[in-house]
Design a protein around this ligand. Structure first.
Ligand SMILES: Nc1ncnc2c1ncn2[C@@H]1O[C@H](COP(=O)(O)OP(=O)(O)O)[C@@H](O)[C@H]1O
Ligand SMILES: [Mg+2]
Length: 376
């Protein structure tokens, strides 16, 4: 194993040691400053929480502390929504973050776990193949065969580890998990114990334990969450960014982080180009132009801030390596077309219509229109 902190090859290259450090590592300094701030102010912390609920929310939405420490915003949007999410975690109910794809559900869940427990890695990725062992426990079969069921042969799930430590466990895409497997969470959330009959014991959750689940409200099956399970959760719906300015801020901040961690050569990012990508996506998504005057057809593709982030990042890579170091319409055009046109017939028609009716007529969008006619 390579010690990622001191890996000489990455250190020599001048880049970060890992491509994507966990939130608690990337923002260790902020978390430490908030912890110190809590101590000074005498803010109460729930058992085994690293920070006070106030500091967790400040970590999420950003702010400046008394000593001048700047906490950068991670979630751009309503502070109240984050307060509701954090307040849920101090109760005996679990938190369900619900929303369209790309509304920062996973992102918020990671940062919540980092701020509350100092560990965002106790994660179950929900898929149709997620088995009960991922929520309860499994066995190391070599040891099980050799020694029989012993504590050493048991392989704890992230949920079991979180119970033992009094930490937050994350369940991503809860509604994709088969319902009989989901049911394993009911006992955990209602009784706060996980029985291990093979060992004649049970694991009882320590204070500080809770679960943050995410679910996509476009997925079929959200309503199939059994009512018994649903009752264990408070749901917080994460909305799409309300206005263009917020969405541009989201994309600008994330693109800056990403291009830094990918060590891309510097590109002068025209704010204009980012705003254009965001505007195109918002208009196509909502089915109407920003001025509310012209109806446009929405393509089938998901066009969230997440897709805008990747279109701009790709554009920057093009501009850095094949362009003149300035992000230009041609650098984002192919990415936009790729993101919008998923279905070659229906989406292509909707896109061409949008280009001809909206883009061509818009002052200052001529170069972009040309680039989209022949995106390469
Ligand atoms: N309101 C927001 N504030 C900050 N970042 C956002 C916001 N909405 C979307 N993002 C960004 O979009 C990206 C995708 O978010 P993600 O958590 O993967 O979405 P989801 O899990 O809801 O599908 C993340 O990089 C996140 O930073
Ligand atoms: Mg997600």
């Amino acid at each position: 194993m390579t010690d990622t902190a001191t890996d000489p090859a990455s250190a020599a290259a001048g880049g970060p040691a890992v491509l994507r450090p966990h939130a608690e590592v990337a923002f260790a300094a902020e978390l430490a400053a908030l912890e110190a701030h809590d101590a000074e102010e005498g803010r109460p912390r729930p058992p085994r929480w690293r920070l006070s609920p106030w500091s967790v929310v400040t970590y999420l939405v950003g702010g400046t502390l008394g000593d001048g420490t700047v906490v950068v915003p991670k979630y751009i949007g309503s502070r109240r929504l984050m307060e509701v999410a954090v307040a849920t975690l101090v109760t005996d109910r679990a938190l369900l973050l619900l929303g369209l794809p790309g509304t920062a559900k996973s992102w918020v869940s990671e940062h919540l776990a980092a701020a509350v427990s100092g560990d965002s890695t106790l994660l179950v990725q929900g898929t149709s193949g997620t088995a009960e062992e991922s929520i309860r426990y499994g066995w190391n079969y070599a040891r099980l065969l050799a020694e029989g069921p012993t504590p050493e042969a048991l392989v704890a799930s992230p949920v079991m580890v979180a119970m033992e430590r009094g930490a937050l466990a994350r369940v991503e895409e809860l509604t994709r998990i088969p319902s009989d497997v989901q049911d394993a969470l009911i006992t955990v959330l209602s009784e706060k114990v996980l029985p291990v009959p093979e060992l004649g014991r049970e694991v009882a959750a320590r204070p500080g334990f809770n679960v943050i689940a995410t679910a996509n409200d476009r997925d079929k099956g959200v309503n199939d969450l059994s009512s018994a399970l649903r009752r264990r959760f408070n749901t917080v719906v994460l909305p799409l960014p309300t206005d263009v300015e917020d969405e541009v801020r989201i994309v600008t901040t994330r693109v800056a982080d990403l291009t830094a961690s990918l060590s891309l050569p510097p590109v002068s990012t025209a704010a204009e180009e980012i705003e254009r990508v965001v505007t195109v996506f918002r208009e196509l998504r909502s089915g109407v132009t920003a001025d509310g005057r012209t109806a446009v057809r929405s393509p089938t593709a998901t066009l969230s801030a997440a897709e805008a982030i990747s279109v701009v990042t790709n554009g920057i890579a093009l501009a850095a390596h094949f362009g003149d170091g300035v992000l230009r319409p041609a650098d984002v055009a192919s990415g936009i077309v790729g993101a919008v046109v998923k279905d070659p017939v229906a989406d292509q028609q909707a896109w061409q219509e949008y280009l001809d009716v909206v883009v061509r007529e818009r002052p200052g969008w001529g170069a972009f229109y040309e680039a989209c006619q022949d995106p390469g």
